[in-house]
Design a protein around this ligand. Sequence first.
Ligand code: TRP
Length: 362
Amino acid sequence: MAEQIDPWGSIQIENYEETMEKFGIEPLKDLKDRIPDKNRYIRRDIIYGHRDFGRVLDAMEEGNDWSMMTGLMPSGNFHFGHKMLADQFVWYQEMGAELYIAVADVEAYLTRDMSLEQAREIAIEEYLKNYIALGLEPENVNFYFQSEGGTHYNTISKLFAKNVTQNEVEAVYGDVNPGKVTSALTQAADILQPEFDENGGPKPVVVPVGTDQDPHIRLTRDIASRFPHQEFVKPSSTYHKFMRGLQGGKMSSSKENSYIALSESPDSACEKIDRAKTGGRQSKEEQRKKGAVIEEDTVFELLAFHLIDDDDRLRDIHEKYSSGEMLSGELKQIAKEELRDFLEHHQRRLEEADERVEEFIH
Ligand code: TRP
C-alpha cells in the first residue's frame, strides 16, 4: 500500500480496513446506532469511516449548532459517482444542518488544465443543476466559488501557511508544488469557514468526502488545533466508498463507458448496462450451480448505491443472485427498468432546475 494518498491523483482503494488502520480513520459502524433516519449509504456501510463524527451527533442530540461543509471539483459530466455526495448534502439539509458547498474553481485552475470560467460553467450547468434536481433547497445553503471568497477567507488561507512545515506537507502529500500547497490551504479555509466569527463561531462541522480527500482533512485538523488567532473545533469527516466503473476499475468522467451521466438518455444508459461487467459465471449452468460473485458485479453495485432504496428488496435480489436462482440478464433487466424510471424523473426535474439556479448564486 502506498505511503500517501494523493488527492490530485486517481487512487483506487482495494482494502478499506487497511486504509482505516493506516490513516487512523474510525469505523462508522460504532456510531451507527446513534444516527437518526439513516440514509441508504449509512445503512449499507457505503459510508464506512469517520473522524470525530461523534461530536456532530452530540450536537444533534443536544440541539446545538453544527454545520456540513464540502466541496466539488468541477470536472466533466455529472454522473452517479457524483450523486453520492449530493444525496448526502440533501440528507444533511433534511437533518437541519446549515450547508456550505465550495466550488473548487481555484483548485481546478491550479491543479488541472481548466480556466476559472470553464470551472464556473461546469459547476453550474452540471453540478448545481443536478443538486437542485436531487432535492437541494436554497434555505441555509452557502454555495460559493473559491475564487469569490470573502476577505477573511482569503486572508486566513494565507496565514495558515505559517502553521504547517515543509516536512509535514511532504509527509501528507508526497510531492508538492506551489499550486498544490495553495489548493490545500484554500481547502483548509473552506473547511474552517463555518466556524468563523461571522458564521457563528466555533462549532462541530462534518465534511463528507471520498477517501481521496483525507489528506486535506488531516492537514486542516492540524491547522485548526494550531492556529493562534482563533479557536476552532477540529472538523469531523465521513468517508464513502467509491462505486466502481461499469467496466470494473475506476469510474471516471474521462472514460465514457465507465459511468452513466444523470443527463444521459435512458437508451444510452441501458446500453451501458448491457455492456457492464457482472459477477456472472461463464455459463448459465455454472451460474445456476454456484451463483454470481456479487462483489465483482458493477450492476448490483449500481442497484445498491442508487437504484433500490428498499432494503428488503435488495436483500431478496442479493439472495437470489448469489444462490444462482437469478441470472445476470435478469439482474440487468431490473437495473434497466429502475434506471429508466430514475432518469426520466430526474431529467424532468433537471429542466425545472434551470430556472432555480439564481436562488443559489447571489
Ligand atoms: N478538493 C476537493 C475535490 O477535489 C474539492 C474541495 C474543495 C473540497 N474544497 C473542499 C472538498 C472542502 C471538501 C471540503 O473534490
